[in-house]
Design a protein. Structure first.
Length: 152
């Protein structure tokens, strides 16, 4: 994997990816590129994304064409912080792993699973044949800080 970094204002990639930010998964289709906002987990040099079979059409697109791109942005209008990470690589559809799924969801919902929405998230803690994990293997990662100074 090749990491391209902004020379002006470097920041730690792993620390950035610990934040509960939204990723945008871009996939190919016969009609053109498609973008899916999603939660993610950065683990073992790969991005992991939950997919629900029959609901998330990106699963079918990845089965047809494994090439993907993922963009993640941390933007704060009050401070002028604009940090971006872009991934280009390939994706595979992996079997559902309840433990990895719990770690992914806990990043966004907190560690106390009793406080999670019962219908949407607590049901994801066990074996689920309708769920899968998308594993994005990056070939290149672009890390940029495009922050700006706030003026009055």
């Amino acid at each position: 994997m090749k990491i391209l970094r902004d020379r002006g204002r470097p920041y730690d990639l792993d620390e950035f990816l610990k934040q509960p930010l939204f990723a945008h998964l871009a996939t190919q289709s016969v009609e053109g590129a498609r973008d899916s906002p999603c939660w993610f987990l950065w683990e073992n040099g790969a991005l992991w994304i939950i997919g629900e079979k029959g609901v998330n059409s990106f699963l079918t697109r990845i089965e047809i064409d494994r090439r993907v791109a993922v963009g993640i942005v941390d933007f704060d209008v009050n401070t002028g912080r604009v940090r971006h990470v872009g991934f280009r690589g390939t994706a595979t559809i992996e079997p559902w792993d309840p433990e990895r799924g719990r770690r992914l969801l806990a990043r966004y919902l907190g560690d106390d699973t009793s406080k999670w929405d019962r219908d949407r998230f607590q049901s994801n803690l066990g074996a689920r044949p309708d769920l899968a994990l998308v594993r994005v293997e990056p070939k290149t990662i672009v890390v940029r800080d495009q922050s700006y100074a706030r003026t009055r």
